[in-house]
Structure formats: structure tokens, C-alpha cells
Design a binder for this molecule. Structure first.
Ligand code: Z5A
Ligand code: MG
Length: 218
């Protein structure tokens, strides 16, 4: 595969991911952030994983709603494949100057599968070579608080004990691209913090921060 890392530094869009436990507010904040950035005249798109619009995405969707059963390793690889099938488009959007605000990414992939008991390094392996985010905005919320929010409990993974394990694995994935934001704050306060952090990141990428691949060094 051609290395993204050898490319010269030119102005580009940012890859910004929102992560966090179920009901931590990711989808709400993605929508708010996208409309704020677009309002500033920036080229910005909202993406999400799983992308349920593809054939693989439909298999994942059917699994998540308990309409089908799949082996734990098979569903892990499908989630990863669902990101790989969007990788080329992601790179071309970023290099042509569009910022992507993405609801979940490889961190969800690893944290959820490892919480089921799959080996942590095995879970990371298929994600290597995807594009590394410029920024991961992690909405930090205790699983108990998340469970009190609307809609919790309808999909396969929305069980309190399971979410606690997911939180532990998220913790193990933190690196320098992460910013931890208190997801228990009022929606408007979270929104304000995310705006500022995202704008800083977007400026750095406009100034030529190079694109790198995910987990290439470990
Ligand atoms: N999964 C996986 O296993 N492997 C992978 O590789 C990937 C995913 C990518 C589906 O994801 C499942 O797939 C997911 C992980 C697994 N696990 N499950 N189940 P999904 O993204 O499709 O899940 P979702 O159902 O769309 O969203 P969510 O993540 O569970 O919720 P959220 O987006 O974080 O929260 P929200 O929808 O914005 O808000 C939830 C509620 O809380 C809503 O009523 C809000 O009004 C309220 N809310 C939000 N923020 C606040 C604040 N600050 N205060 C008070 N109330 C708030
Ligand atoms: Mg969501």
C-alpha cells in the first residue's frame, strides 16, 4: 500500500473523530459542530461509522439490531472493512481541503470488540493503515449517567456492565491526539469546548500538518 506518510505537507482538511460511550452525546455534538463550522464558511462534512449505507454496513446494522448473529471476530472485521471501504474517499476529501467530523472510528472498533473478550492487539491490527485522526474528541461520561439518557438499551451493546468494560478499553487507547471533554456538562458547554478545540486543529491542518497512518508505530 502507498504510504500516506511520505506525502509533503500542504494545506488540507482535518480528520476529527468523536468518541465516547453510548449516549455520551456524540451524534448530537457532531451535528452541532458541523453546522457551526459550515457557518464559518469552512468545507466540512459529517461522517459516521458504522456507515450503514453500504452492503457491509447493512450487515452490521442487521447484527446490531439482533436480526442476525455473527461470530465476534467476523463482526469485528466487518466494522473494520466498513472503514477501509471509505479510506480512499476519506483521503481525497482531506487532501482537497474538506474537514471530516466523524461519529465513531477505530477506537469504537477496538473498545467494543475487546470488551467482548477479544485480544486487544488482535483488535487493533486490521485498523493499522487507516488514516490517523488529527483530533479525537472523547466525551467522557460515567456509564451509569449514560444509562439514564434517552433511548439507552435498544441495541445489542447497550448494557451497563458491558459499557463499563468498553470504557476501560477506551482508556487504554488514549494518545496525544485525544482531548477529553466532560460529557456530563450541559450540551451547550460541551458544544462550546468542542468548537474551540476543533478550530485549533483545523488551523494546524491548514498550515500543512502531514497526514499519517493509524497505529503505524505500535
Ligand atoms: N461499534 C462497534 O462495535 N465497532 C465499531 O467499529 C463501531 C461501532 C464504529 C452502534 O453505534 C454500535 O456500534 C455502538 C458501537 C458499535 N454500540 N452500541 N450499541 P451508533 O453510533 O450507531 O450508536 P447510536 O445509537 O447512534 O448512538 P450512541 O453512540 O449510542 O449515542 P450518542 O451519539 O453518543 O449520543 P446522542 O444520540 O447524541 O445523545 C443520546 C441522548 O442523550 C439524547 O437523548 C441526547 O439528547 C442526550 N444528551 C446528549 N448530550 C447530552 C448532555 N450533554 N446532557 C444531557 N443529555 C444529553
Ligand atoms: Mg450516536
Amino acid at each position: 500500500m502507498e504510504s500516506t506518510e511520505s506525502k509533503t505537507s500542504v494545506a488540507r482538511g482535518s480528520l476529527i473523530i468523536l468518541e465516547g460511550l453510548d449516549r455520551s452525546g456524540k451524534s448530537s455534538q457532531c451535528a452541532k459542530l458541523v453546522s457551526y463550522l459550515q457557518g464559518k464558511g469552512l468545507s466540512v462534512e459529517a461522517w459516521r461509522f458504522p456507515d450503514r449505507t453500504t452492503v457491509i454496513g447493512q450487515m452490521i446494522s442487521s447484527y446490531l439490531s439482533n436480526e442476525s448473529h455473527l461470530d465476534d471476530k467476523v463482526i469485528h472485521l466487518l466494522f473494520s472493512t466498513n472503514r477501509w471501504e471509505k479510506r480512499a474517499l476519506m483521503e481525497s476529501k482531506l487532501t482537497s481541503g474538506t474537514t471530516l467530523i466523524v461519529d465513531r472510528y477505530s477506537y469504537s472498533g477496538v473498545a467494543f470488540s475487546a470488551a467482548k473478550g477479544l485480544d486487544f492487539q488482535w483488535c487493533k491490527a486490521p485498523e493499522e493503515g487507516l488514516i490517523a485522526p488529527d483530533l479525537v474528541l472523547y466525551l467522557d461520561i460515567p456509564p451509569e449517567n449514560a444509562a439514564e439518557r434517552g433511548g439507552y438499551g435498544t441495541e445489542r451493546y447497550e448494557k451497563l456492565e458491558f459499557q463499563k468494560k468498553v470504557a476501560e478499553h477506551y482508556y487504554a487507547l488514549r494518545d496525544s491526539s485525544w482531548e477529553i471533554v466532560d460529557g456530563c456538562l450541559k450540551m451547550e458547554s460541551v458544544e462550546e469546548q468542542l468548537r474551540e478545540i476543533a478550530m485549533n486543529c483545523i488551523s494546524k491542518c491548514q498550515n500543512g500538518k502531514p497526514l499519517v497512518n493509524l497505529w503505524s508505530g505500535n
